[in-house]
Design a protein around this ligand. Sequence first.
Ligand code: AMP
Ligand code: MG
Length: 493
Amino acid sequence: MTHHPPRFTFDNSYARELDGFYVPWEGDKVPEPRIVLLNSDLARELQLDPEALDTDQGAAVLSGAVAPEGADTLAQAYAGHQFGGFSPQLGDGRAILLGEVIDREGKRRDIHLKGSGRTPFSRGGDGKAVLGPVLREFLIGEAMHHLGIPTTRALSATTTGETIYREGPKPGAVLARVAASHLRVGTFQYFAARGEQARVKQLADYAIARHDPDLAGRDDRYLHFLRAVLRRQAHLVAQWLHVGFVHGVMNTDNMTISGETIDYGPCAFIDAYDPRAVFSSIDHGGRYAYGNQPNIAQWNLARLAETLLPLLHADPDEAVRIATEEIQTFPEIYAEAWLAGARAKLGLCRVEQQDSGFINALYAAMEGQNVDFTRFFRRLPQAAEGDEAPLTDLFDDAAAIRAWLPHWRDRLASEGRDPDAIKAEMNAVNPVYIPRNHLVEAALKAAESDADMGPITRLLEVLRAPFTPRAGLEAYEGPAPGDFGPYRTFCGT
Ligand code: AMP
Ligand code: MG
């Protein structure tokens, strides 16, 4: 056993360059920090020593109780539109930025501790997190990463030895979260809402240096920055839809500048395809429904654009015109990203004029049919060879899909590509395994109620290779059993 303290080579640009954008702050002392999950691969990627982290000293650091050498821990300020209503002050109410490290590929990554105690941004909250939601964020973030979707990731989940009261007593926990940055749309909104234009500019230049360094120094950099964020978000949300992901709380404080998915609270994956699918217990209007996510992304980007107006043009009317024109490109950029992903799911290569109509006809055929979205795409290759039954069995009424399939086969044939190659390509983008809601719940319950980390550890292992079917893992493949009932998720726990 090694017992040297975990060493971090911090390079804290946020603390250094953005004085006034945060409050220096430390995590709470906690009675008994203990690592329950450690992401050793990610630790190595960050040039950290997993063995040094997996110690009592590592647990103390990863819970926020002890600041490692060289840390300038801080709580970040941000605002945000929550369900459309503006809160001028949110901020890290239960988290601190431990610091930034440079990873193996030279990329700057934040290490952030969520659940580390109250901060000046806590408002009425206790500043704490509990084990179930911490493990959910760990699990879903890893699942997204291995699905090839940009995301923040979990370095560790640490229990604190505290009892935290939610709807009952729960084990307290801290998530160590790794992100390309924690800059959010809401970070810009915080300073713009205060009329602190010089700070918005400073923040934009910081964000450009960090995420779009090619734009640094250009006169038109702020417009191109807006465009870059827009493109990242369009591609991200398209990827979400292609795996059936519902974020659940796309508030502007939960939308990154980097294009990574952040904040796995009330998120879920659809079993049955349904554009109106909502899981969050508080999303009564369906604002953040599965099929509404692109619209919301555009809405959020318009809020970012508003903060940048004075940087876009000296004449306010001209600035609004420029911003509006940019935001209006979203539907087309999104549609292109979505169509490219849909073609890949269907084994199609060629771009054709009628793709949009043709592919939308497929989704229309799935709607209202209780079709398991994930299984549908895994069974599709068989239907290319004429074996339709396994696929059509997924439908309540298969008339529409039977009518669509011959068009798809004709289209595949017209591309003249090797059928085995097509099948392999489809299976490389259509997962066998996703974090099915019922499996996630069972794994979290075992961990939280019985301190049994077996189910979550196995589920994490399955989700590390989501495109590769393995014998013996059939239980991880299908939708929830009928008695699982409608799935409800919760925010801010
Ligand atoms: P979230 O719903 O996790 O995106 O958080 C929205 C805002 O609420 C952020 O400012 C959080 O810091 C804050 N918040 C959520 N839970 C707590 C808590 N238990 N204590 C203090 N602040 C919290
Ligand atoms: Mg949040």
